[in-house]
Ligand binder design. Structure first.
Ligand SMILES: Cc1cc2nc3c(=O)[nH]c(=O)nc-3n(C[C@H](O)[C@H](O)[C@H](O)COP(=O)(O)O)c2cc1C
Length: 200
């Protein structure tokens, strides 16, 4: 059983980095194996080249998949569970993570009806979790419809049919961290068992 964490925050001084540390410690406690794709540390390239666009836009499966994208595919294929950990920026994930989807969800691999012998289709994973921190409190994000729109995009579209079980957890209210720290810790505390329920 293996978990792949796709972590997206530029700063180790951030609240999101503290959440990553807590998450790792809970996974260690539960003896769950994980690997991290730290998109900023890896300097993961998130702009498409013209050739990549032509591959995606025209479903031209004869064009090559870049090496760094293939490496992400290999990590996905080894995993049972993906956890996307990121801060909410402008009501979505940071552009670096959006670019990960743009590039890693290649046509012929993650979507599209065309297939070719040299590209394996993306596996169906057991569990996908979008875990995001947000400045606004959850109640407010629900009241203004943003929680639902983030869920539609992230869970219904990006995770989509590629996961048997999928969830979005918004760790909201980080503008007043002292008020939410305890409840966020409790949510993280329950995660290891949740992952085991779906994946083991
Ligand atoms: C560029 C930027 C855009 C942001 N947009 C939103 C937003 O749309 N909604 C929201 O609730 N919080 C927003 N925030 C607040 C972050 O979600 C919050 O700072 C983060 O979740 C936790 O802080 P961290 O950066 O220390 O990890 C934004 C922060 C930044 C830097």
């Amino acid at each position: 059983m293996k978990i792949q964490i796709i972590y997206c925050h530029p700063s180790k001084k951030s609240y999101t980095f503290q959440i990553l540390k807590q998450l790792k410690s809970h996974l260690d406690d539960e003896e769950l194996e994980y690997e991290i794709s730290d998109l900023y540390s890896m300097n993961f390239k998130t702009d498409m080249t013209e050739e990549e666009y032509e591959r995606e836009g025209f479903a031209n499966l004869g064009l090559p998949i870049p090496k760094d994208v293939k490496e992400e595919h290999i990590k996905i294929e080894k995993a049972d569970c993906l956890i996307f950990l990121y801060p909410v920026w402008w009501s979505d994930c940071p552009s670096k993570l959006k670019g990960w989807f743009d590039r890693v969800y290649s046509v012929g691999y993650a979507y599209g009806s065309k297939t070719t012998n040299n590209i394996k289709r993306m596996k169906i994973l057991k569990y996908g979790l979008a875990l995001c921190t947000a400045g606004h409190p959850n109640d407010f994000l629900h009241e203004i419809g943003i929680a639902e729109s983030m869920r539609n995009v992230m869970i219904d579209d990006r995770l989509g049919q590629r996961f048997l079980n999928k969830e979005m957890i918004i760790l909201g209210g980080t503008l007043d961290r002292d008020k939410v720290r305890q409840s966020h810790s409790e949510i993280l505390n329950s995660l290891g068992k949740r992952i085991k329920k779906y994946c083991v």
